[in-house]
Ligand binder design. Sequence first.
Ligand code: UDP
Length: 236
Amino acid sequence: MKQGDLIYEGKAKQIYVTDDASQVLMIYKDDATAFDGTKKGTIKNKGIVNNRVSCLLFKYLEKHGVETHLLEQIDERKVLVKKLSIIPVEVVVRNIVAGSLAGRLGKEEGTVLSGPIIEFYYKNDELHDPLINEYHARVMSWASQEQLSEVQVQALKINDLLKIFFDQIGIILVDFKLEFGVFEGRILLGDEISPDTCRLWDKESFEKLDKDRFRRDLGKEEEAYQEVVRRIEAAF
Ligand code: UDP
């Protein structure tokens, strides 16, 4: 695999073309942003942790029948993935009230939901990723009904698998965000699953082990990310 030109630079990752048109290289950075990019900083070694965590979780999901873009972790910060045509709809799954849902519904953070909630957000920085529903996605041609149905089946399956996995390592999976894309006509899980894109609470102490430490200036973000990767590595 040969690393070619940079084709995209996001907040947390860079994407490079390779000599194979069906594959791209993702490189994880330590840059951290929150609140629509208005809060900026870095979390030391975050890119290394997120790459490792995401690769291990995607491997676990693949083992249990979830098709993902993962091909091969190349080094600490680099991963080779299938080039997806990304569906511009972010899929959030929630098990416990936290973050934006707490304010929107006036419920206390930590309230356990009677079942998972799936939400869709339109992936658009200029519009600040607005909350949408299936009608918006369908009518705007961001995703077909078949794709939306498939994405929801996959999201619930991923939630069940990850809840079990995290529970075994003493972590509560509060909520998380997924992105899907199309590859050779199939829907695959893309992007990353990491402490940047999940809310993870220690089962005993309820300590936050995710990006909320950065968002809310709680400190010890590097330690929290390291703790997550340490526990995941130990489970493999
Ligand atoms: N999330 C994400 N990227 C986003 C927005 C949310 O990864 O652009 C994740 C976030 O880390 C959390 C879940 O999705 O695990 C739900 O986030 P929420 O809607 O509560 O938004 P926030 O409070 O993070 O603004």
